[in-house]
Design a protein around this ligand. Sequence first.
Ligand SMILES: NC(=O)C1=CN([C@@H]2O[C@H](COP(=O)(O)OP(=O)(O)OC[C@H]3O[C@@H](n4cnc5c(N)ncnc54)[C@H](OP(=O)(O)O)[C@@H]3O)[C@@H](O)[C@H]2O)C=CC1
Ligand SMILES: CC(=O)C(=O)O
Ligand SMILES: [Mg+2]
Length: 540
Amino acid sequence: MPDRGHERLFDALTTKGTAFTHDERRELGLLGLLPNAEKTIGEQVAHTYQELARRPADLDKHVFLRGLQDRNETLFYRLLAEHLEETLPIVYTPTVGEACQRFSEIYRRPRGLYVAYPDREHLREVLRNRPRREVDVIVVTDGQRILGLGDQGIGGMGIPIGKLSLYTLIGGIDPARTLPILLDVGTDNVERLEDPQYLGWRHRRIGDDEYYAFVDDFVTAVREELPEVLLQWEDFATAHAQPILERYRDRLLTFNDDIQGTAAVALGALHGAAKVAGRPLSQQQVVMLGAGSAGIGVLEMIRQEMVAQGLSDAEAAERIWAVDIAGLLTDDRTDLSESQRRFAQPAARTQGWTGTALADVVHNVDVGVLLGLSTAAGAFTEDIVRELAAKTDRPIIFPLSNPTSRAEAHPRELDFWTGGRALVATGSPFAPVERDGKQHRVAQCNNVYIFPAIGLAVTASGATRVTDAMMRVAAKTLGEASPALADPEEPLLPAWEDVPEVATRIATAVAEQAVKDGVARPDDHLAATVRRTRWTPDYR
Ligand SMILES: NC(=O)C1=CN([C@@H]2O[C@H](COP(=O)(O)OP(=O)(O)OC[C@H]3O[C@@H](n4cnc5c(N)ncnc54)[C@H](OP(=O)(O)O)[C@@H]3O)[C@@H](O)[C@H]2O)C=CC1
Ligand SMILES: CC(=O)C(=O)O
Ligand SMILES: [Mg+2]
């Protein structure tokens, strides 16, 4: 801890600002550095909230909140906790997308680490320069697939910063023990490259050989410096996301949020949806628009769930249909990756069809579940949705692409086209839908329901790996918390004010699974350990 009063006052993690008491001011050498009044944290929150509310534009609100985070983290998290539903879309999707696009323009202060390719000979030194010694969670991106907004280069840093805020807010991870990292390997975004304000390495993205060697060196440096840290991969382009996960998942404590976190939240939401629809997942025909890393990750978990519900692998595969830009994934296509090929349907099944686009699949298959992880805004058209709704009482429709501008459909339209029968969840937040004079909250099926709980689970239990079984337990525990199970009129996922508590329950179940899987130390009081691990936004 810094010993000079001035440094103490400006240490965002420990400062209390105007809430330092007179005695503390004397003790810490702060006397005279602050105006006379002594505020409580409650008063500071009220004042700061007023200031936030005065900013009309969401991006301005984002900049304001990021500034607060850099000044006083305790106050930042207390404000967010007290206004969770309202502030989440500001620090996270959709506004964080715009913040990434305009990162260089709104940049104020350093946070986290920029691990740049030109510094590749000095990665250990970069890691050693981290602001704090002890780290529980790293979120790392290379900025190539930021939400559905494509390559943002160094601007991608907004995502690890935002995700880690949610690790703290929802998962109770001590903010002093989080580290956002941006791997700066160039950008192919011409607008960024030509922008004089651009703060990243002004260079095209490096080739795959250099890229994988660099990622390897980065992982080596992380293992040497922080051998026990949880390393979360975020918003990598699909071509890199899966190979990176496969390469490191059995070697370190790591997971890919877009592949595994998204799968777990989708399965959690499907649990409640299938119950309300009155038909288990294993009896549904499932269509996914989008066969990127997120879409394939979700389908993989759905397949596992169908098998757990009694189907053979082959029977499960028959019920899963994946569609990308070129149409349905079929076994005669030569452009599919290995992970996509697992979901390719026999081309013979499309005999007699006039095409294999989404509309054709919905026309020819008794679809009960339609999911979107495609970035294709509006792809769930009125015709498609009406046809789907004519085949089933309670169509399950999840437009999951982010940010809002990339959603495959608007929940209000889905509700209208299906006469209020659709069971809907979206990736980004939407306003409640009005039906029969009542407001119905739309569930936000976003991996934010999962990753903070995974962080809490592994931190509390000392886990050394993230196993598939841990992810499945996270999905199951989330599914069991669905308000729709008790009342089909309720949303498919818990309300934001309940999410920190639900995250604690998920974390406990995941930690128990980690012990069962032999990747965490046994603990007779895991639930208590998980609760004790949680950091809370109180002045110490
Ligand atoms: N709700 C949540 O929690 C999460 C949401 N997401 C969102 O999912 C989206 C996809 O992410 P990711 O898988 O990594 O991205 P990718 O870009 O790798 O995948 C997109 C997929 O959609 C396909 N696609 C694109 N446009 C169309 C179209 N017009 N019609 C049909 N298919 C199309 C692409 O096909 P092709 O390969 O042929 O181009 C590709 O298969 C993003 O918007 C992201 O924000 C991601 C993670 C979590
Ligand atoms: C939510 C998320 O991880 C994404 O859209 O990429
Ligand atoms: Mg992501």
